[in-house]
Unconditional design. Sequence first.
Length: 335
Amino acid sequence: MKAPILIFGARGQVGRELMALAAARKIAAVGLSRSEASIADNYTVRSAIDTQRPAVVVNAAGYTAVDRAERDAEAATAANVTGPAILAAACADAGVPLIHLSSAYVFDGLKKTAYVETDRVNPLGVHGRTKAEGEAKIREATKRHVILRSSWIYGVYGRNFLRTTLRLAGERDELKMVADQFGCPTASVDLAEAILVVVRKLADKPNTSGTFHFAGNGRTTWLGFAEEIVRRQVLFTGRTPKVTAISTAEYPSAAKRPANCELDSSKFATAFGYRARPWQERVAETVAQLSARARIAEAKSEAKSSDTTPVEEKPAELKESDGKPPDSKTAETAS
Ligand SMILES: NC(=O)c1ccc[n+]([C@@H]2O[C@H](COP(=O)([O-])OP(=O)(O)OC[C@H]3O[C@@H](n4cnc5c(N)ncnc54)[C@H](OP(=O)(O)O)[C@@H]3O)[C@@H](O)[C@H]2O)c1
């Protein structure tokens, strides 16, 4: 049997998307959730790699609660620094390449144009700092790494800005959204595809390595992102809430977020021959998928006369993908 891709953090939004895409493509993949394998546990990580003998390891695990990280630096460090260091050392010893996900939050957001890979990192908070340190640990431990920095990830799985906005659009008549932070909404399905493209390249050219930006195609603000989501959901729900602009200053949160998270993905496109689709197209598809899923769940629940929910909703807080929801009392529990 061909060696599988071994995915840590397989129950996160990117991990689930990647597992689903690998299954659809009939690519062998083994996914481990946090409860099955914590990346911060050296013994567990090494046992998993010894057992699976993977062709490549993907680290889709991470501490993504940006605001909570400010008061729980220890947990953020365990997942974003210690975990990647352990994975990288274990991969180096096993002679296996590592694909790792990082974030635009390693930058301070002061640049006026899109960030390229050679720009200096200067994180504003604990989350960005731990992501930057995790990258550095990987570079130190193994040459055979591909670090993909992304931003504003959303999709049909897990908690993310698109799903939060859809829920709020169903509940409220006005959504207030931050209009002075810029980024590239990245569909988890585009990122999962990009990871598989890297996996293929590593099979052909095992020496492929480096840091690359991979984000959705196009730039907008949280306001623009929300407007697009709301525009697309009207078709399915008939609801037309107003989307109003607010500034970052009007929505204080524990962590300072970079005003500019735009990533230039051209280096990735040149190296791997793949670019994300325009972000608006992916938003349309994702809203349609979630609406179809909700309708099916509704029909099933009517049939069963029970109130089962179609998708898991973990009672977590806003993550790095989450923008500013309207007039919430606390950013961390708003979604
Ligand atoms: N979301 C974004 O907008 C965004 C943007 C740029 C980069 N990224 C990066 O992309 C990666 C995936 O993000 P995502 O959006 O898929 O995040 P996610 O939905 O929060 O998933 C992360 C997963 O990692 C797991 N995890 C946390 N600590 C772990 C540990 N010590 N060992 C093993 N698993 C652990 C989490 O488990 P629990 O749920 O049990 O905690 C969760 O299942 C992360 O590295 C993130 O920093 C995300």
